[in-house]
Design a binder for this molecule. Structure first.
Ligand code: SN0
Length: 315
């Protein structure tokens, strides 16, 4: 594997989950793989879990790591093609990317949707420039349309907590004061479609995810109906895809609370974090034993390490 931007880059998903479980049993067993190799992590957007877990994963494999927050350190980078650079951005990605590639063996990039133009976001214009010009393997640390490191950790968490072979997994939209990307839900659906699980997506009208991600996955517009007999509730806000980047609803009746969780089959609650308490989900749910958000976040280190191991072994 010489890039990781989607589940499609993993040739054998079952084997990848087994690798992750093996790493979880002994995360230092492969510390020779990354010796004298360096990973650079580039952030165009904030991060807590992705930054720390990916850096830790690289270190567990014996790699050195360097982190660059484009908005705080370094030059502001121009990303548009054919732009006359007489404004406030002194350097273009077209030079920055190959230069960064000279200093490292693997690059991790975080570049969220910018909501200026759906086509540009959905063409992954930033990550694809990294893939084209870096000269080294590129790992998405959340692009405009996907967050594959998150989804891999989500899958591992469900594998660990499921009580039946084919659990019912519900992805539920929830309200939020800000317009958030569709990357986490897109990616979650994409990964779940590679499993045997039963997946239901529930959201208010107007929040349909892009058809290329949904395929034939069922939407249930009645959240309470969707929750019935669920084994996992994955809460997440996203902004509209059709009215691109717009907030169409702040309906707090969609907040996930204990009453709704009581409709489920004793479901676990999952969220990628950061989560807005008492907006997306109530304190009551987050502070109950049903919440596995911390275990889910802990798995970010493990699955990032599985991804980096597969990359190092292919180099
Ligand atoms: C990001 C998102 O894609 O939804 C990252 C999730 C891993 N989340 C946010 O930007 C939340 C920001 C907020 O204001 O709550």
């Amino acid at each position: 594997m010489l890039k990781f931007t989607s589940v499609k880059d993993i040739s054998d998903l079952k084997k990848a989950v087994e690798t992750a479980l093996e790493i979880k049993r002994n995360r230092f067993a492969f510390s020779h793989l990354g010796k004298n190799r360096t990973m650079v992590l580039i952030f165009f957007n904030p991060s807590l879990r992705t930054r720390l877990s990916t850096q830790k994963a690289a270190m567990n494999l014996g790699m050195n790591t360097m982190v660059l927050d484009v908005n705080k350190d370094g030059w502001q980078l121009e990303t548009g093609m054919g732009v006359k650079m007489d404004g406030d951005k002194p350097e273009h990605l077209r030079e920055a990317i190959p230069v960064i590639g000279k200093y490292c063996d693997v690059i991790g990039v975080r570049a969220f949707a910018r909501f200026e133009n759906r086509e540009n976001d959905y063409s992954e214009e930033i990550i694809n420039q990294f893939i084209d010009y870096a000269g080294v393997p590129v790992v998405s640390m959340e692009g405009a349309t996907r967050h594959p490191l998150q989804s891999f950790a989500d899958l591992l968490t469900i594998e660990e907590f499921k009580k039946r072979p084919r659990p019912k997994v519900v992805l539920s939209w929830a309200p939020h004061p800000k317009a958030l990307p569709q990357a986490v839900p897109n990616s979650f659906v994409e990964w779940m479609r590679h499993t045997e699980y039963e997946l239901i997506v529930t959201h208010p009208e107007g929040y349909e995810l892009a058809p290329e991600f949904m395929g034939d996955i069922k939407v249930e517009y009645d959240q309470k109906k969707a929750f019935k007999d669920a084994d996992f509730i994955y809460g997440k806000n996203w902004s509209s895809y059709s009215s691109y980047g717009k907030i169409l609803s702040t309906d707090y009746s969609w907040t996930i609370d204990k009453e709704k969780m009581a409709l489920t089959n004793n479901a676990f609650f999952m969220h990628c974090l950061p989560v807005r308490r008492n907006v997306v989900v109530t304190d009551g749910v987050l502070d109950s034993p049903a919440s596995i958000v911390v275990e889910q976040a802990a798995n970010r280190e493990i699955t990032a390490q599985a991804v980096l191991k597969m990359i190092l072994e292919s180099m």
